[in-house]
Design a protein around this ligand. Structure first.
Ligand SMILES: C[S@@+](CC[C@H](N)C(=O)[O-])C[C@H]1O[C@@H](n2cnc3c(N)ncnc32)[C@H](O)[C@@H]1O
Length: 323
C-alpha cells in the first residue's frame, strides 16, 4: 500500500525561491566580510551531500544523537503520550524521527524543509513505512513565519528539532528562533531538541574536515549552485573549504577561501576577492548544558529532561512551553 502525503508548498518546489537566493547572494557578497546564509547549502545536491556527511566517521553528531534517540525513545515517549502532532522543522532525510515513531505513536507528522524535492521524497518514504501515521509535508523557509496545516490546530504539538541546527544561529537569534518554536508548539506543547556540546577543539575540527572531503564538497556546492541558478561564472577550483573552531566565539566557522586575487561575476554584478579572502558560509555554536538551558528559558521553555551520551559529546533536551 502507498500511503498518501498531503503537501503544502510555498513556491514551485523550493521553500526559498529564486529571488530570495538571488537577493541574499548579491547583498551577502557586497558585505565585509562577505557571507551567505547556510540555508542556501540545501539544493538537491547539497541535501544529498549532507546525508553523506552524516555517514563520515569523524562526524560524530549524527551517530551519537541517533544512538541516543534509539536508546531513550521510550523514556522520551513517556513524557508525551499517544496521539500528538509531531512537527519537525528542517527534517532533511526524516531518518531520526523514525527512531521515535513506534514508541511515541503520534497521530500526525509534519516534516518541514527548504529543500522541496528532497522533503517530498523523504516524507513519502515515512508515509509508506508507517501507514498508520498521517504525514503532511510543508516546504518552507523556517527562518520566516510558517503556517502549520490546519489539522495541527487544537492538537497537542511536539516540535522535534534534532541535528544541533540551533547552533547555526547567533545566540541572540537562537532565542528568537526558539521563541518561534515555542509558538509553533503552542499551549501545552513541547520541544525535543538536539544540541551539540562544547568539547576538545580537535574533535570539532576533524568533524568538519572529514578525510573524504565530503564537508568540503558540501561547502563548495554553494558556489556550483550560484553558477547553476544565478548565472555565475565562478571557477570553483579557485576556492577551498576552510572550517575551524573559533575558541573565542565558541563556534565552528565554515568559509570558502579564495586561492588567488580574482573577480566573480554573477548576473552582471562583479565581486573582487583578494587572495585568502573568504565567504563566511556557516557558524555552528557549541553549548554547555547550562548555557543552552538559559537560552531556552529566555525563549519561554521549561527544562523537563536532559539526556547525554556516555562521553558527553551531545545533548537531547525535552522542554515544555511555559504558558
Ligand atoms: C543540518 S541538516 C539537519 C537535518 C536533520 N534534521 C538531521 O538532524 O539530520 C539541516 C536541514 O534543515 C534544512 N534547512 C536549513 N535551513 C532551513 C530553513 N531556513 N528552512 C527550512 N529548512 C531548512 C536543510 O534543508 C536540511 O535538511
Amino acid at each position: 500500500m502507498t500511503a498518501s502525503v498531503a503537501s503544502v508548498s510555498r513556491s514551485r518546489d523550493e521553500g526559498a525561491d529564486y529571488s530570495d537566493f538571488y537577493h541574499e547572494v548579491i547583498t551577502g557578497l557586497e558585505r565585509s566580510p562577505k557571507r551567505i546564509p547556510p540555508k542556501y547549502f540545501y539544493d538537491e545536491a547539497g541535501s544529498r551531500l549532507f546525508e553523506l556527511i552524516c555517514e563520515q566517521p569523524e562526524y560524530y553528531p549524527t551517530r551519537v544523537e541517533t544512538g541516543m534517540l534509539a536508546r531513550y525513545a521510550d523514556e522520551i515517549a513517556g513524557f508525551i503520550g499517544d496521539g500528538c502532532c509531531l512537527v519537525e522543522p528542517g527534517s532533511g532525510s526524516c531518518s531520526k524521527v523514525r527512531l521515535l515513531l513506534d514508541a511515541m505513536r503520534p497521530s500526525h507528522y509534519i516534516p518541514m524543509d527548504i529543500s522541496g524535492a528532497h522533503l517530498h521524497e523523504a516524507a513519502g518514504r515515512v508515509a509508506n513505512d508507517f501507514p498508520w501515521l498521517d504525514v503532511r509535508a510543508v516546504c518552507a523557509d523556517i527562518t520566516r513565519p510558517v503556517e502549520l496545516p490546519g489539522i495541527a490546530e487544537g492538537m497537542q504539538r511536539v516540535v522535534f528539532y534534532p541535528g544541533s541546527s540551533i547552533g547555526n544561529y547567533e545566540p541572540g537569534e537562537a532565542v528568537e528562533f526558539l521563541s518561534r518554536l515555542a509558538k509553533m508548539a503552542g499551549h501545552g506543547g513541547s520541544l525535543l531538541i538536539g544540541v551539540d556540546l562544547e568539547k576538545d577543539s580537535s574533535v570539532l575540527d576533524s568533524a568538519y574536515n572529514d578525510a573524504n572531503g565530503v564537508t568540503a564538497d558540501f561547502n563548495l556546492n554553494l558556489l556550483h549552485r550560484i553558477n547553476r541558478e544565478l548565472d555565475g561564472n565562478i571557477d570553483v577550483d579557485r576556492f577551498r573549504h576552510h572550517a575551524f573552531y573559533n575558541e573565542d566565539e565558541g563556534r565552528i566557522e565554515m568559509h570558502l577561501v579564495s586561492e588567488c586575487t580574482q573577480t566573480l561575476r554573477i548576473d552582471g554584478h562583479s565581486y573582487e576577492f583578494a587572495k585568502g579572502e573568504s565567504i563566511h558560509t556557516e557558524n555552528s555554536y557549541k553549548y554547555s548544558i547550562a548555557g543552552f538551558r538559559a537560552l531556552a528559558e529566555q525563549a519561554g521553555f521549561r527544562s523537563e529532561a536532559i539526556w547525554l551520551d556516555d562521553e558527553a559529546l551531545f545533548s537531547l533536551h525535552y522542554l515544555s512551553v511555559v504558558s
